[in-house]
Ligand binder design. Structure first.
Ligand code: 13P
Ligand code: SF4
Length: 322
Protein backbone atom coordinates (compact mmCIF):
# COMPACT_ATOMS: atom_id res chain seq x y z
CA UNK A 1 0.00 0.00 0.00
CA UNK A 2 1.21 3.55 -0.62
CA UNK A 3 0.21 7.04 0.40
CA UNK A 4 -1.53 7.39 -3.00
CA UNK A 5 -3.66 4.26 -2.52
CA UNK A 6 -4.78 5.58 0.84
CA UNK A 7 -6.48 8.51 -0.87
CA UNK A 8 -10.04 7.11 -0.45
CA UNK A 9 -9.37 7.41 3.28
CA UNK A 10 -8.29 11.01 2.82
CA UNK A 11 -11.64 11.70 1.13
CA UNK A 12 -13.32 10.94 4.46
CA UNK A 13 -11.42 13.67 6.30
CA UNK A 14 -10.55 16.18 3.60
CA UNK A 15 -12.94 18.83 4.97
CA UNK A 16 -11.22 18.80 8.39
CA UNK A 17 -7.59 17.84 7.62
CA UNK A 18 -5.70 20.11 5.18
CA UNK A 19 -3.83 18.28 2.35
CA UNK A 20 -0.41 19.38 3.65
CA UNK A 21 -1.07 17.58 6.97
CA UNK A 22 -2.08 14.27 5.38
CA UNK A 23 1.50 13.03 4.62
CA UNK A 24 2.19 13.26 8.37
CA UNK A 25 -0.64 10.79 9.08
CA UNK A 26 -0.59 8.45 6.06
CA UNK A 27 2.44 6.25 6.94
CA UNK A 28 1.06 5.46 10.42
CA UNK A 29 -2.39 4.77 9.00
CA UNK A 30 -0.90 2.40 6.44
CA UNK A 31 1.12 0.58 9.12
CA UNK A 32 -1.84 0.34 11.51
CA UNK A 33 -4.14 -1.14 8.85
CA UNK A 34 -1.52 -3.83 8.16
CA UNK A 35 -0.84 -4.49 11.87
CA UNK A 36 -4.56 -4.93 12.56
CA UNK A 37 -4.64 -7.79 10.05
CA UNK A 38 -1.46 -9.37 11.41
CA UNK A 39 -2.58 -9.18 15.04
CA UNK A 40 -6.26 -9.99 14.47
CA UNK A 41 -7.13 -6.70 16.18
CA UNK A 42 -10.00 -4.25 16.06
CA UNK A 43 -9.82 -0.60 17.06
CA UNK A 44 -12.69 0.84 19.08
CA UNK A 45 -12.65 4.64 19.01
CA UNK A 46 -14.70 7.05 21.08
CA UNK A 47 -16.41 10.02 19.41
CA UNK A 48 -13.78 12.35 20.98
CA UNK A 49 -10.85 10.82 19.12
CA UNK A 50 -9.26 12.96 16.42
CA UNK A 51 -10.52 12.54 12.81
CA UNK A 52 -7.46 10.67 11.48
CA UNK A 53 -8.07 8.00 14.16
CA UNK A 54 -11.87 8.12 14.11
CA UNK A 55 -12.34 8.03 10.32
CA UNK A 56 -9.17 6.30 9.09
CA UNK A 57 -8.18 3.43 11.41
CA UNK A 58 -11.14 2.72 13.72
CA UNK A 59 -13.34 -0.33 13.09
CA UNK A 60 -16.03 0.65 15.58
CA UNK A 61 -16.85 4.19 16.69
CA UNK A 62 -19.43 5.55 19.08
CA UNK A 63 -20.35 6.72 22.54
CA UNK A 64 -19.43 4.87 25.74
CA UNK A 65 -22.55 2.71 25.53
CA UNK A 66 -21.98 1.68 21.91
CA UNK A 67 -18.32 0.87 22.58
CA UNK A 68 -19.30 -1.38 25.51
CA UNK A 69 -21.97 -3.14 23.44
CA UNK A 70 -19.79 -3.53 20.34
CA UNK A 71 -16.83 -4.79 22.39
CA UNK A 72 -18.96 -7.83 23.23
CA UNK A 73 -19.74 -8.60 19.58
CA UNK A 74 -16.27 -8.67 18.07
CA UNK A 75 -14.60 -11.95 17.08
CA UNK A 76 -11.13 -10.38 16.98
CA UNK A 77 -8.49 -11.63 19.39
CA UNK A 78 -7.24 -8.16 20.32
CA UNK A 79 -9.15 -4.94 21.11
CA UNK A 80 -7.31 -1.62 20.97
CA UNK A 81 -9.23 1.05 22.84
CA UNK A 82 -8.74 4.52 21.38
CA UNK A 83 -10.36 6.38 24.24
CA UNK A 84 -9.67 6.47 27.97
CA UNK A 85 -8.80 3.90 30.60
CA UNK A 86 -12.29 3.22 32.00
CA UNK A 87 -13.47 2.36 28.46
CA UNK A 88 -10.65 -0.17 28.09
CA UNK A 89 -11.49 -1.64 31.50
CA UNK A 90 -15.14 -1.97 30.53
CA UNK A 91 -14.14 -3.72 27.28
CA UNK A 92 -11.96 -6.11 29.31
CA UNK A 93 -14.75 -6.80 31.82
CA UNK A 94 -17.00 -7.82 28.95
CA UNK A 95 -14.26 -9.78 27.13
CA UNK A 96 -12.16 -11.51 29.79
CA UNK A 97 -10.54 -13.85 27.27
CA UNK A 98 -9.46 -11.15 24.81
CA UNK A 99 -6.36 -9.01 24.96
CA UNK A 100 -7.34 -5.35 25.50
CA UNK A 101 -4.71 -2.72 24.76
CA UNK A 102 -4.64 1.00 25.52
CA UNK A 103 -2.11 3.06 23.56
CA UNK A 104 -1.29 5.35 26.52
CA UNK A 105 -1.77 4.18 30.10
CA UNK A 106 -2.04 7.80 31.28
CA UNK A 107 -5.32 8.33 29.39
CA UNK A 108 -7.47 8.70 32.51
CA UNK A 109 -10.62 10.70 33.24
CA UNK A 110 -11.28 13.54 35.70
CA UNK A 111 -14.65 12.06 36.61
CA UNK A 112 -13.35 8.54 37.15
CA UNK A 113 -10.64 9.92 39.43
CA UNK A 114 -13.13 11.87 41.59
CA UNK A 115 -14.37 8.81 43.50
CA UNK A 116 -12.98 5.64 45.09
CA UNK A 117 -14.50 2.30 46.08
CA UNK A 118 -14.18 3.34 49.77
CA UNK A 119 -16.31 6.45 49.05
CA UNK A 120 -19.04 4.26 47.57
CA UNK A 121 -18.99 1.92 50.58
CA UNK A 122 -19.43 4.93 52.90
CA UNK A 123 -22.39 6.18 50.84
CA UNK A 124 -24.03 2.75 51.04
CA UNK A 125 -23.69 2.84 54.82
CA UNK A 126 -25.12 6.34 54.97
CA UNK A 127 -28.13 5.59 52.69
CA UNK A 128 -29.06 1.97 53.45
CA UNK A 129 -31.33 0.38 50.85
CA UNK A 130 -30.92 3.22 48.29
CA UNK A 131 -29.74 1.78 44.94
CA UNK A 132 -26.38 3.01 43.64
CA UNK A 133 -26.24 3.89 39.94
CA UNK A 134 -22.69 4.42 38.74
CA UNK A 135 -21.68 6.17 35.55
CA UNK A 136 -19.37 4.04 33.38
CA UNK A 137 -16.80 6.83 33.74
CA UNK A 138 -15.44 5.11 36.88
CA UNK A 139 -12.83 2.50 37.78
CA UNK A 140 -13.76 -1.19 37.87
CA UNK A 141 -13.34 -1.04 41.68
CA UNK A 142 -16.06 1.63 41.93
CA UNK A 143 -18.33 -0.29 39.55
CA UNK A 144 -17.89 -3.36 41.74
CA UNK A 145 -19.42 -1.49 44.71
CA UNK A 146 -22.46 -0.40 42.64
CA UNK A 147 -25.83 -1.94 41.85
CA UNK A 148 -25.97 -0.93 38.22
CA UNK A 149 -24.04 1.21 35.73
CA UNK A 150 -25.32 3.84 33.31
CA UNK A 151 -23.95 6.02 30.52
CA UNK A 152 -25.14 9.43 29.39
CA UNK A 153 -27.06 7.56 26.66
CA UNK A 154 -29.24 5.55 29.03
CA UNK A 155 -29.05 7.28 32.47
CA UNK A 156 -32.71 8.31 32.48
CA UNK A 157 -33.87 4.84 31.39
CA UNK A 158 -31.74 3.12 34.02
CA UNK A 159 -33.01 5.34 36.86
CA UNK A 160 -36.63 4.89 35.74
CA UNK A 161 -36.16 1.12 35.43
CA UNK A 162 -35.40 0.90 39.15
CA UNK A 163 -38.91 2.13 40.01
CA UNK A 164 -37.85 3.73 43.30
CA UNK A 165 -38.33 7.31 44.59
CA UNK A 166 -34.66 7.80 45.52
CA UNK A 167 -31.32 6.70 44.05
CA UNK A 168 -27.65 7.52 44.51
CA UNK A 169 -26.00 8.50 41.21
CA UNK A 170 -22.20 8.75 40.97
CA UNK A 171 -19.91 10.50 40.30
CA UNK A 172 -21.14 13.21 37.88
CA UNK A 173 -23.15 15.79 39.80
CA UNK A 174 -24.46 17.55 36.71
CA UNK A 175 -25.56 14.37 34.93
CA UNK A 176 -27.36 13.36 38.14
CA UNK A 177 -29.06 16.77 38.44
CA UNK A 178 -30.11 16.66 34.78
CA UNK A 179 -31.59 13.18 35.23
CA UNK A 180 -33.34 14.21 38.48
CA UNK A 181 -35.03 17.09 36.65
CA UNK A 182 -36.18 14.80 33.80
CA UNK A 183 -37.42 11.93 35.96
CA UNK A 184 -38.63 13.54 39.20
CA UNK A 185 -36.66 10.88 41.11
CA UNK A 186 -34.77 12.19 44.16
CA UNK A 187 -31.07 11.75 43.46
CA UNK A 188 -28.20 11.79 45.95
CA UNK A 189 -25.25 13.23 44.01
CA UNK A 190 -21.46 13.27 44.27
CA UNK A 191 -19.44 16.40 43.50
CA UNK A 192 -17.57 14.96 40.49
CA UNK A 193 -17.43 16.99 37.27
CA UNK A 194 -16.04 16.47 33.79
CA UNK A 195 -13.30 19.03 33.25
CA UNK A 196 -14.44 19.52 29.64
CA UNK A 197 -18.17 20.00 30.16
CA UNK A 198 -18.14 21.92 33.44
CA UNK A 199 -16.58 24.87 31.61
CA UNK A 200 -19.66 25.59 29.47
CA UNK A 201 -22.06 28.21 30.85
CA UNK A 202 -25.57 29.44 30.09
CA UNK A 203 -23.98 32.79 29.14
CA UNK A 204 -21.98 30.91 26.44
CA UNK A 205 -25.22 29.57 24.97
CA UNK A 206 -26.83 33.03 24.95
CA UNK A 207 -23.74 34.57 23.35
CA UNK A 208 -23.72 31.86 20.66
CA UNK A 209 -27.38 32.54 19.88
CA UNK A 210 -26.71 36.29 19.60
CA UNK A 211 -23.62 35.82 17.43
CA UNK A 212 -25.03 33.09 15.17
CA UNK A 213 -28.74 33.61 14.52
CA UNK A 214 -30.71 30.41 14.00
CA UNK A 215 -28.02 28.22 15.58
CA UNK A 216 -29.15 24.88 17.01
CA UNK A 217 -27.48 24.19 20.36
CA UNK A 218 -26.81 20.56 21.34
CA UNK A 219 -25.39 19.91 24.81
CA UNK A 220 -23.94 16.89 26.54
CA UNK A 221 -25.68 16.04 29.86
CA UNK A 222 -22.33 16.33 31.68
CA UNK A 223 -22.78 20.11 31.16
CA UNK A 224 -24.20 22.11 34.09
CA UNK A 225 -28.04 21.99 34.23
CA UNK A 226 -28.24 25.73 33.35
CA UNK A 227 -26.59 24.89 30.00
CA UNK A 228 -28.81 21.88 29.32
CA UNK A 229 -31.93 23.94 30.05
CA UNK A 230 -30.83 26.63 27.55
CA UNK A 231 -29.93 24.09 24.83
CA UNK A 232 -32.27 22.84 22.10
CA UNK A 233 -31.38 19.22 22.79
CA UNK A 234 -29.24 17.31 25.28
CA UNK A 235 -27.94 13.79 24.83
CA UNK A 236 -24.92 11.52 24.74
CA UNK A 237 -22.32 11.98 22.04
CA UNK A 238 -24.11 9.32 19.93
CA UNK A 239 -27.46 11.07 20.44
CA UNK A 240 -25.92 14.34 19.20
CA UNK A 241 -24.55 12.59 16.08
CA UNK A 242 -27.99 11.11 15.50
CA UNK A 243 -29.64 14.53 15.87
CA UNK A 244 -27.35 16.06 13.25
CA UNK A 245 -27.75 13.07 10.88
CA UNK A 246 -31.54 13.17 11.05
CA UNK A 247 -32.38 16.88 11.42
CA UNK A 248 -29.50 18.33 9.42
CA UNK A 249 -29.62 21.80 11.01
CA UNK A 250 -28.08 24.52 8.80
CA UNK A 251 -25.94 25.80 11.69
CA UNK A 252 -25.13 23.91 14.85
CA UNK A 253 -22.93 23.94 17.93
CA UNK A 254 -22.05 20.85 19.96
CA UNK A 255 -21.38 21.82 23.59
CA UNK A 256 -18.89 19.02 24.14
CA UNK A 257 -15.31 17.98 23.36
CA UNK A 258 -13.57 19.57 20.33
CA UNK A 259 -12.88 16.55 18.13
CA UNK A 260 -16.51 15.54 18.13
CA UNK A 261 -17.43 18.54 15.93
CA UNK A 262 -14.57 17.70 13.54
CA UNK A 263 -15.74 14.09 13.24
CA UNK A 264 -19.36 14.99 12.59
CA UNK A 265 -18.41 17.92 10.31
CA UNK A 266 -16.33 15.55 8.15
CA UNK A 267 -19.55 13.72 7.29
CA UNK A 268 -21.67 16.86 6.86
CA UNK A 269 -19.75 19.36 4.74
CA UNK A 270 -22.97 21.35 4.10
CA UNK A 271 -23.64 22.06 7.77
CA UNK A 272 -21.98 25.03 9.47
CA UNK A 273 -20.39 23.91 12.76
CA UNK A 274 -19.59 26.66 15.27
CA UNK A 275 -16.83 25.31 17.49
CA UNK A 276 -16.25 26.65 20.98
CA UNK A 277 -13.47 24.25 21.75
CA UNK A 278 -13.00 22.49 25.10
CA UNK A 279 -10.37 19.81 24.74
CA UNK A 280 -10.13 16.63 26.83
CA UNK A 281 -6.40 16.18 27.57
CA UNK A 282 -6.97 12.51 28.42
CA UNK A 283 -8.65 11.68 25.13
CA UNK A 284 -5.86 13.50 23.31
CA UNK A 285 -3.19 11.19 24.77
CA UNK A 286 -4.11 8.67 22.07
CA UNK A 287 -2.38 9.38 18.77
CA UNK A 288 -1.71 7.41 15.57
CA UNK A 289 1.98 6.74 16.49
CA UNK A 290 0.89 5.42 19.90
CA UNK A 291 -1.76 3.13 18.33
CA UNK A 292 0.91 1.85 15.93
CA UNK A 293 3.31 1.27 18.83
CA UNK A 294 0.59 -0.52 20.82
CA UNK A 295 0.04 -2.98 17.97
CA UNK A 296 3.74 -3.44 17.27
CA UNK A 297 4.62 -4.19 20.89
CA UNK A 298 1.21 -5.48 22.11
CA UNK A 299 1.22 -2.94 24.95
CA UNK A 300 -0.25 -1.66 27.21
CA UNK A 301 -2.41 -4.54 28.24
CA UNK A 302 -5.38 -3.63 30.45
CA UNK A 303 -6.33 -6.17 33.09
CA UNK A 304 -8.89 -6.15 35.90
CA UNK A 305 -8.25 -7.71 39.29
CA UNK A 306 -10.33 -10.95 39.35
CA UNK A 307 -11.36 -10.08 42.94
CA UNK A 308 -13.36 -7.10 41.63
CA UNK A 309 -14.06 -8.14 38.03
CA UNK A 310 -17.09 -10.33 38.80
CA UNK A 311 -18.98 -7.66 40.74
CA UNK A 312 -17.99 -4.91 38.30
CA UNK A 313 -19.10 -7.04 35.33
CA UNK A 314 -22.44 -7.67 37.02
CA UNK A 315 -23.11 -3.90 37.30
CA UNK A 316 -22.23 -3.36 33.62
CA UNK A 317 -24.23 -6.38 32.44
CA UNK A 318 -27.30 -5.24 34.41
CA UNK A 319 -27.10 -1.96 32.51
CA UNK A 320 -26.72 -3.68 29.14
CA UNK A 321 -29.75 -5.87 29.87
CA UNK A 322 -32.02 -2.80 30.14
P1 13P B 1 -20.62 9.50 25.92
O1 13P B 1 -19.88 9.26 24.65
O2 13P B 1 -21.12 8.23 26.50
O3 13P B 1 -21.70 10.53 25.72
O4 13P B 1 -19.60 10.05 27.00
C1 13P B 1 -18.97 11.25 26.89
C2 13P B 1 -17.72 11.28 27.65
O5 13P B 1 -17.38 12.26 28.26
C3 13P B 1 -16.87 10.11 27.63
O6 13P B 1 -15.74 10.32 28.34
FE1 SF4 C 1 -13.51 12.17 31.36
FE2 SF4 C 1 -14.68 14.42 30.54
FE3 SF4 C 1 -12.50 13.57 29.30
FE4 SF4 C 1 -14.82 12.22 29.05
S1 SF4 C 1 -14.39 14.27 28.34
S2 SF4 C 1 -12.79 11.35 29.42
S3 SF4 C 1 -15.72 12.52 31.08
S4 SF4 C 1 -12.62 14.22 31.44
Amino acid sequence: MSIATLSPLYDRVKSVIPPFEWPAFAPDIEAILELKRERDAVILAHNYQTPEIFHCVADIVGDSLALAREAMKTDARVIVLAGVHFMAETAKLLNPSKQVLIPDLRAGCALAESITAADVRLLRQRYPGVPIVTYVNTSAAVKAESDICCTSGNARKIVESLGVPKVIMLPDEYLAQNVARETGVEIVTWAGHCEVHERFTAADVRQLRRGHPGIVVLAHPECPPEVVVEADFAGSTAAMVDYVDKKKPARVVLMTECSMSDNVAAQHPDIEFIRPCNLCPHMKRTTLPKIRHALETMTHEVTVDPMIATAARRAVERMLAI
